[in-house]
Design a protein around this ligand. Structure first.
Ligand code: HEM
Length: 552
């Protein structure tokens, strides 16, 4: 048992991208057994990654790749230093630097983004750290990380969300898009990608997003207390996020924003909130649940059972409806579940797993990103006024926020980008290298876990002058920022073939909702500053008490 402790802690410690955890991570050993081959890249399957296109034109990708040169030889021939020379904290045998995270005033797992920054200042733009037996290489130089992006293969490997994956394995349920790997992941992704990343498919959904956002404004208006603040604002935004993605996935309103949410909606919100909270606790703690069924695990299992059950109910209901539908009218535009069910490559269990994956990946991310946006706007009245003026010019009569209107609202988009820069909710990327790679003058062997230190890059004064200031202007077309630096904002969504599949959806729904909030309310903040902490994603460390003053 004692040997389990450092190992499992290490897994937790390096879980920088919260949607992910360790385990069946590296397929490089398999990759090495196969011979190198060139794979034609289908841009649709690959996904759109503007960051990638800035740095290179992808014509072909070699994956999986046979290492052509052994690390030592590479070092001798080219002067590139071997992996052993990568700087980093020394640490103890087996434990590595683990104890640094338990010292008084030391580094903290719930502030891993700060730990990355502190380490990179001490050890440089490429450093390695062993927390337990796992080596992680953290890269803080965008040009060096661009090499990792270029090396991203057709089947990029990332860490799993461990409790979620473990639950599904125990229950014999498909791992779904978030946690599956290799060809299995590709199969799932190919079935979903058209609906999620195609611009016109997502734009078709702007009208229902407007309806949900309008309901949210009504909900906020009636939730204001005597001082104009909204208690448990995070919970209210969570309801919006769930209603928005739920409407898209299940093709029907869930009822989260009703004055009295339906029983199912209320139960689903409570279940999901508890689920995320528990997931965080399980991810950032010893996974004793793998050894015996701890109390927390039993609770997590119960919540997961319920979530899968509700997902299954929605899917079954839809299947029944489709079976009874008139074929000439069953082609619903933008209907996501209908599309998934129609995919011959997916079983009903796959459909349920993917629907539940999308729901859980969508709610926590968009609700926290929106909360940070509102906080930034409330604490930066000038930026808020500029945003209001822009919205008022484009939509003087509070018309629907259409894709056409959004194309004329660059400042609204800049507010979201600047929010991600200040509070990168996914504060680091995660990849297992598919091939040996030179990064920063060191040879990093295939299979190594590497991460881009987004929080470090985004708060680096050499890259973003006055990083502590909230300045959406820096993202506008007319700003002096070079295009390579601008493209860094894309990394919040990951990169390459495995970048966030909900990106277009998330951006559109957040742009619409934020536009409507600023149209209807002036935001004020009269409390102590809020600090970021990790709660699966980067969240405010206390309730955000924003005053919502209705605009006349
Ligand atoms: C603020 C909003 C969001 C952010 C910042 C975000 C960020 C990310 C990141 C960084 C990844 C990992 C990408 C990689 O490894 O390259 C990811 C994956 C994923 N995201 Fe998002 N996400 C957001 C919203 C959403 C939404 C709304 C959905 C669903 C509608 C979604 C569904 C997913 C899924 C399914 C994956 C796994 C994709 C795969 O492995 O193929 N996300 N997201």
């Amino acid at each position: 048992m004692s040997s389990l402790i450092p190992k499992t802690f290490a897994k937790i410690a390096v879980t920088a991208l919260p949607e992910i955890a360790t385990k069946r991570v590296v397929s490089t050993s398999v990759a090495h057994k196969q011979s190198a081959r060139v794979i034609e890249v289908d841009p649709l399957t690959l996904g759109t990654c503007p960051f990638r296109s800035t740095f290179e034109k992808v014509e072909s990708i070699v994956n999986p790749i046979e290492p052509k040169v052994e690390p030592q030889e590479l070092t001798k021939e080219t002067g590139i230093k071997s992996f052993e020379h990568v700087p980093g904290p020394k640490g103890l045998p087996i434990l590595g630097s683990l104890l640094d995270y338990f010292k008084k005033d030391g580094l903290r797992f719930d502030k891993m983004f700060e730990a990355f920054k502190v380490r990179s200042i001490e050890f440089g733009p490429v450093y390695k750290e062993s927390i337990g037996p796992i080596d992680t290489v953290v890269i803080s130089d965008p040009a060096e990380y661009a090499k990792v992006i270029r090396a991203d293969g057709k089947f990029p490997n990332r860490k799993e969300m461990e409790p979620m994956a473990f639950y599904r394995e125990q229950k014999g349920i498909g791992l779904g898009l978030v946690n599956s790997q290799g060809e299995e992941w590709h199969r799932q992704r190919s079935a979903v990608i058209k609906k999620m990343l195609m611009l016109n498919e997502v734009q078709d959904f702007s009208q229902p997003m407007n309806v949900v956002a309008n309901d949210f404004i009504t909900h906020l208006s009636s939730s204001r207390d005597a001082s104009g603040e909204i208690q448990q604002l995070d919970k209210q935004i969570f309801k919006w996020a769930m209603e928005s993605i739920g409407t898209f996935l299940f093709e029907e309103r869930i009822g989260c924003l009703n004055e009295k949410p339906t029983e199912l909606a209320q139960e689903f919100i409570d279940t999901l909130q508890k689920y995320f909270r528990l997931m965080q606790q399980l991810m950032y703690n010893l996974p004793m649940y793998k050894v015996f069924r701890t109390k927390k695990w039993q609770e997590f299992e119960k919540l997961s059972d319920r979530i899968m059950e509700v997902g299954r109910e929605f899917v079954d209901k839809k299947i029944e409806k489709l079976q009874n539908a008139d074929p000439s009218t069953s082609q619903e535009k933008g209907a996501f579940l209908t599309h998934l069910i129609s995919q011959k490559s997916l079983s009903t269990s796959d459909v349920t797993s993917n629907a539940v994956d999308l729901l859980s990946a969508a709610v926590e991310t968009t609700s926290n990103a929106s909360l940070w946006c509102l906080y930034n706007l409330a604490t930066n009245p000038e930026a808020q006024q500029t945003m209001f003026n822009e919205i008022n010019t484009v939509l003087p009569n509070k018309e629907d926020v259409t894709p056409q209107a959004l194309s004329k609202l660059p400042y609204v988009k800049a507010v979201l980008k600047e929010t991600f820069r200040k509070y990168p909710i996914t504060y680091a990327t995660s990849r297992f290298l598919p091939e040996n790679l030179e990064v920063g003058g060191y040879n990093i062997p295939a299979g190594t876990h590497v991460q881009a230190n987004l929080y470090g890059m985004y708060s680096d004064a050499k890259i973003f002058p006055e990083p502590e200031k909230f300045k959406p202007e820096r993202w506008l077309r007319e700003s002096k920022m070079d295009s390579q630096t601008k493209s860094l904002s894309n990394l919040i969504w990951g990169h390459g073939a495995r970048m966030c599949i909900g990106r277009r959806f998330a951006e559109q729904e957040m742009h619409i909702m934020l536009t409507k909030i600023i149209q209807n309310f002036k935001l004020e903040y009269h409390h102590e500053p809020v600090e970021p902490t990790l709660n699966t994603v980067m969240t405010p460390d206390r309730p955000v008490q924003i005053k919502f003053v209705p605009r006349s």
